[in-house]
Design a protein around this ligand. Sequence first.
Ligand code: MLT
Length: 404
Amino acid sequence: MFKINENYLKLPGSYLFSDIGKKVKAFTEANPDKKIIRLGIGDVTLPLAPAVIDALHKATDEMAVKETFKGYAPDLGYEFLRTAIAENDYKTRGVDITIDEIFISDGAKSDSGNIQEIFDLNNKIAVCDPVYPVYVDSNAMAGRTGEFLPELGRWSEVIYMPCTEESNFAPELPKVEPDIIYLCFPNNPTGSTINKAELQKWVDYANKAGAVIIYDAAYEAYISEEDVPHSIYECQGAKTCAIELRSFSKNAGFTGTRLAFTVIPKELKCGDVMLNSLWARRHGTKFNGTPYIIQAAGAAVYTEEGKRQTKEQIAYYMNNAKVIREGLAAAGYHVSGGVNAPYIWLKTPGKMTSWEFFDYLLKEANVVGTPGSGFGPHGEGYFRLTAFGTYENTLEAIERIKKL
Ligand code: MLT
């Protein structure tokens, strides 16, 4: 008789956003007349930029012609896209990343879940608490996290780095040395960031400890403050200790179109072995490339019009962030985030737990958010709202919350 991967049975509940989806569905079915405003999952609402749509149409037409038709995409992604990334995302920031250090993929969610495969099962991971659930769950599925302790809401073999109000929701360097450190800045879910000097401390720590940092920079386009780094490679020595994950989902609205990339510098080694080669091997075996038309659309993000149009979209969402932040603060809520990130992190009022506040907001204001406790024990008592809604819905949601 076959056996299953029993690590899956250790996972508590279902994926956070599936749980929320089920609750909202049940509420909508019981209250069909209510207009629900969704500020829960970080999904964009603006259509793709015109430059991106033009590129998609053009690439689609190429697929209809024998001479320009494309089959499988190259393993690492098309050179035209990797060159645009190296030039625009890195060179302009004084960072030298070569195109064979860039791996195009279908999303930062898949990359952040899959990257753990190239590491030994005995490696110890460190994560922020609260944290984007994919990092922990994917390691749990692999069997790297020990047992889940329901009374603590934690895994026995994971190093948790609490991110609290006292530290501006930034983690402190862990006392027990981890092998793999997951960092996400601008942060999901708290919307916090750290400056370059602070990030440099993590790079120095990792290089000294022989640890690898998996740096999720999916929200870098939302950075508005000067001294906040857009890439971990802006720090000295990061190429020998860091992998960077980037996405087109939040900076160009590709959540439904799927496009991302991972950077693994060739200097990043375990003994003589380059992690770049391991990921190339894994990518080549398990992934057959992001479709040509999507990569062509992605390259359009780096054209002059593409840059201008996507910048406008980000400004639109950041205006929503301002509406949420200022509206809630005026209503007496304790809020943070929303300045360098599209997420606003608020304290639940009174003694309400995160899920109690979720139910209250859904029932009384018909607004959906994300309970902080879904991101880890230190998220309890907090709640996340996203700035990715439409302007009109965002305004209305805040007006409804203010009236409660
Ligand atoms: C979120 O709401 O946290 C995001 O949608 C996560 C993601 O991008 O997968």
